[in-house]
Ligand binder design. Structure first.
Ligand SMILES: [Zn+2]
Ligand SMILES: [Zn+2]
Length: 183
């Protein structure tokens, strides 16, 4: 079965210092976020990158676009918004068992995703980069007012919302008592 995340890079590997542009439209892999918020499995992901051939592998720099969705953590409304992540990663040649891992000094930042033969595999990279960049603040808008803690109404839509005219039943008893005592 064809793996849509794998890109052939044989020509690139043969020419040290050469570059290859990659652009792909794939389905989001699983494991980005949780059931409440994240990039849904199978939703479209766009990846654009420049691969550079280096002595011990390939350096990949580029951009990933996707859509994150879930529920606003204050008002529970559905949120859906585009995300764009810039990444830089290193794809070292596969190592024989027992061989030393790629030299750290060649990698300035980003994750390490070993090549599989003559192919660069972007699945792990897409998952990690998007999971890392998911919005920490999961709100439908920055100033979402959330839901009323007494009646659950959406305070973004309720306008001037107050409960002064409909006192809590627990306070009604107190008010009654107070009235009797002051007579
Ligand atoms: Zn909200
Ligand atoms: Zn209310």
């Amino acid at each position: 079965m064809k793996n849509e995340y794998k890109v052939p890079v044989a020509a690139l590997l043969r020419n040290l210092g050469s570059q290859q542009e990659v652009e792909m439209e794939v389905k989001a892999p699983s494991g980005i976020g949780d059931s409440f918020y994240g990039v849904r499995v199978g939703s479209p992901v766009h990846l654009k990158a420049v691969l550079s051939s280096m002595r011990s592998g390939i350096e990949a720099k580029g951009e990933i676009s996707a859509v994150e969705e879930g529920k606003c953590s204050r008002c529970l409304k559905e949120v859906k918004r585009p995300v764009k992540v810039e990444f830089s990663a290193f794809m070292p040649f596969e190592r024989e068992a027992g061989e030393a891992s790629p030299m750290k000094c060649e990698v300035d930042e980003g994750g390490i995703y070993p090549l599989s033969g003559d192919f660069a595999d972007f699945e792990g990279l897409i998952r990690d980069e998007l999971a890392l960049q998911l919005s920490m603040i999961r709100l439908c808008k920055p100033d979402c007012k959330g839901l009323c803690q007494k009646c659950g109404v959406d305070l973004n839509e309720a306008g001037c919302h107050s409960h002064e005219r409909e006192p809590d039943p627990r306070f009604a008893k107190l008010a009654e008592l107070k009235e009797r005592m002051t007579k």
